[in-house]
Design a protein around this ligand. Structure first.
Ligand code: GLU
Length: 424
């Protein structure tokens, strides 16, 4: 699952404040009207539900679930559902806003949302997780809908959970509604290419950035923090393009091999070892944190928020950071990294390949049609490349880093939409 220890308390930032500080900078540069700024800084809707679940031992446990819709001005809101012990309202609010910006950066017709349940799926049985997912879906029956709010997987959830969601929602409607959720198993109307989509987008944006920095992929080295869906696919696809991935990490530590890791072997090992790389024989084990400070060309943080902080940003030696996770860099670390001349392809651009293929899944469900994998990949690669080019151009035009440029592109689209729609 790619779970990484959170940053030490002294370094931790409130994720909503971290998001807001970038939003504020970009809004000022853009000269955003104060009224629109005030609209966008508050989520449209925040729902908190209490979910009593019968556990396997017969006891009843009460879980807290959230769904935050940051904005639905651009279309139905879109965003994943996270199952993690660290889920709390401010995190879900930040992640929901990031979805608004992400969908706007890649120019797909969605607003932003996020959901989550504070729970530890690693310590729950499949039956307990199923009951939790179905109870959550039932509580959100008025919120979700193919034209309202469309969930998807995030940390701790995957196709299995999306299938339960789709089934519970469909039963309540009395008909099969597969477009209510994306990231489903293929047989339920999932899209080819969705599983690897986020990692693929990371690869496409990494290669686009390497071209700008004149880093040759065939001589470049890379370290990937997090070995869940995003990290492992990004690593695999970067290797296919010639990049040497010398280190990956997960909760058990970091695994280093200067000659390049055998990622296929690492994936097989992880899948047979309860999701963990502990004991992986193809590499030397080094402390988990040290992955961030390795002497590599490209660093891909693909685990969780707030791992590159004020305290460790100075140790980073990579020339390029491509953010596979949402919010891996704290706002206080931004300046240190910029000052060091490191290029960052920010989360709302770099990991947008996932929601892009989610959009394709929804389009296919609504058409009642299935695209080939080749078509999915070709179209998502083009969207990612176009978005990268637009953000890069904006960074040159405004003389800002790529993160602020991505926010400028996103906020500009959302603000223009508000201007035309009006109706306050
Ligand atoms: N959870 C993913 C993200 O953060 C995917 C969201 C989606 O596909 O709707 O981008």
């Amino acid at each position: 699952m790619g779970y990484i220890e959170p940053a030490p308390l002294k370094d931790r930032e409130n994720p909503f404040e971290a998001m807001m500080s970038r939003f504020q900078i970009a809004s000022q540069i853009l000269g955003l009207d104060e009224e629109i700024y005030n609209v966008l800084k508050n989520p449209t809707k925040q729902v908190i539900v209490s979910l009593p679940i019968t556990m396997d031992d017969g006891s009843i446990r009460v879980f807290e679930g959230y769904r935050v819709i940051h904005s639905n001005i651009l279309g139905p809101s879109k965003g994943g559902i996270r199952f993690d012990p660290g889920v709390h309202l401010d995190e879900v609010k930040a992640l929901a806003a990031w979805m608004t910006w992400k969908c706007a950066v890649v120019d797909i017709p969605y607003g932003g949302a996020k959901g989550g349940i504070t729970c530890n799926p690693r310590e729950m049985s499949s039956g307990e997780i199923e009951r939790l997912m179905r109870a959550y879906t039932t509580s959100m029956i008025e919120i979700f809908g193919p034209d309202r709010d469309i969930p998807a997987p995030d940390m701790g959830t995957g196709p299995r959970e999306m299938a339960w969601l789709m089934d519970s929602y469909s039963r309540a409607q009395g008909m099969t509604v597969n477009a209510v959720v994306t990231g489903k198993p293929l047989v339920l109307g999932g899209s080819l290419g969705r599983t690897e989509a986020t990692g693929r987008g990371v690869m496409v944006s990494a290669l686009a950035a390497m071209q700008k920095l004149k880093i040759n992929p065939y001589t470049a080295t890379c370290a990937v923090q997090g070995f869940g869906n995003v990290g492992s696919w990004a690593a695999r696809l970067l290797i296919e393009r010639g990049v040497k991935v010398v280190a990956v990490s997960d909760i058990s530590g970091a695994f280093y091999n200067e000659n390049g890791l055998d990622i296929e072997a690492a994936v097989i090992y992880r899948d047979q070892n309860k999701g963990s790389l502990e004991g992986f024989p193809g590499a030397e084990k080094i402390p988990g944190d040290s992955i961030l400070s390795l002497e590599v060309d490209v660093l891909v943080p693909a685990a969780t928020e707030d791992v590159i902080t004020f305290s460790n940003a100075n140790d980073i030696k990579a020339k390029l950071i491509v953010e596979g996770a949402n919010g891996p860099t704290s706002s206080r670390a931004d300046k240190i990294i910029s000052d060091k001349g490191i290029m960052v392809v920010p989360d709302i651009l770099a990991n947008a390949g996932g929601v892009t293929v989610s959009y394709f899944e929804w389009v296919q469900n609504r058409l009642g049609y299935k695209w080939t994998e080749e078509r999915v990949n070709r179209r998502s690669d083009r969207i990612m490349k176009d978005a990268f080019d637009k953000v890069y151009k904006t960074s040159i035009n405004y003389n800002v880093n790529m993160r602020i440029a991505a926010y400028i592109v996103a906020i500009d689209k959302v603000a223009k939409t508000y201007k035309y729609r009006g109706g306050f």
